[in-house]
Design a binder for this molecule. Structure first.
Ligand SMILES: [Zn+2]
Ligand SMILES: [Zn+2]
Length: 277
């Protein structure tokens, strides 16, 4: 398996970092985790496309993680030559989000179907709302959901992909919690949202300090990785976006609590997922 960070950014627009999205390349196809700003541009650069996705997995329904859902739905639809339902997995509320997204696309769907005689079906998607348990199992690939804690956003989920003898967890936005620990137990890789508490707290801007309540700091993520015996910790959804050359600071903070490999994500970073021990 391979993990490709499509977007390593956060809600704050950044010239170098697209919104949160991670691609896991497996033997059954490409699995997309969250679909933030610019996801299909980055997917194109990674050699993937909406039409090739085996499934879309949403960790939660904050807009930075879902903003390009309309692009995924439309692009898959107009590039398919037969109905090609998109499998979407996500927490409760995902069905509502899909229906609302289809509603904003209604005029566009009408325009395109009227213009293309061979496009005789509407966009199709199948939603599975989930909080816990195996959500997809095929060949050697198994995707398991587990509850995370991003309160007051509820419910939220993380996902673990097992395949080919290796495993990767996509934590999404969460504070340390038992559900995430269970998901991460013995995983080869953990892709984790992180916030620099030491940089954000001193700014003293309430809109920013509020985000500390429901995200993990670098130290929190490192402690989760250490508790679970993870092999490689990938820091993503970086707040604030690191100044070029300052990535080592993030690694050092994590290393104080975690002895495995620490990687600071950037867009299009590709990492093989393999047992390290
Ligand atoms: Zn969030
Ligand atoms: Zn987020």
């Amino acid at each position: 398996m391979q993990t490709i960070i499509l977007g390593s950014g956060s809600p704050l627009p950044d010239a170098e970092r697209a919104g949160p999205a991670t691609l896991v390349r497996t033997e059954i196809g490409d699995l997309l985790f969250d679909c933030g700003r610019g996801v299909l541009m980055r997917a194109a650069a990674a050699g993937s496309a909406a039409g090739a996705l085996r499934g879309l997995f949403l960790t939660h329904l904050h807009s930075d993680h879902t903003t390009d859902l309309n692009d995924v739905i439309t692009s898959r639809w107009v590039t398919s030559f037969q109905p090609h339902p998109l499998l979407i997995f996500g927490p409760a509320g995902t069905t509502w989000l899909l229906r609302a997204t289809e509603a904003i696309l209604e005029l566009d769907i009408g325009y395109r179907m009227a213009h293309h005689a061979d496009l005789r079906w509407r966009p199709t998607a199948e939603v599975t709302e989930t909080e816990c348990g195996v959500v997809l199992e095929e060949a050697s690939v198994r995707v398991t959901a587990g509850p995370t804690d991003h309160a007051p956003v509820r419910p939220t989920v993380g996902y673990r992909v097992d395949g080919g003898g290796a495993s990767v967890v996509i934590a999404g936005d969460t504070v340390p919690c038992p559900g995430l620990d269970v998901l991460c137990a013995g995983a080869d890789m953990l892709v984790h949202t992180v916030i620099r508490r030491d940089l954000i707290a001193p700014i003293g801007l309430p809109r920013l300090t509020d985000v500390l309540d429901y995200h993990s700091s670098v130290e929190d993520a490192a402690q989760t990785a250490a508790r679970a015996g993870v092999g490689t910790l990938v820091l993503t959804h970086l707040v604030p976006a690191p100044q070029p050359g300052s990535e080592d600071e993030w690694v050092e903070l994590a290393r104080q609590h975690f002895s495995g490999t620490v990687v600071v994500a950037r867009d299009l970073l590709a990492l093989d997922v393999a047992p390290e021990r």
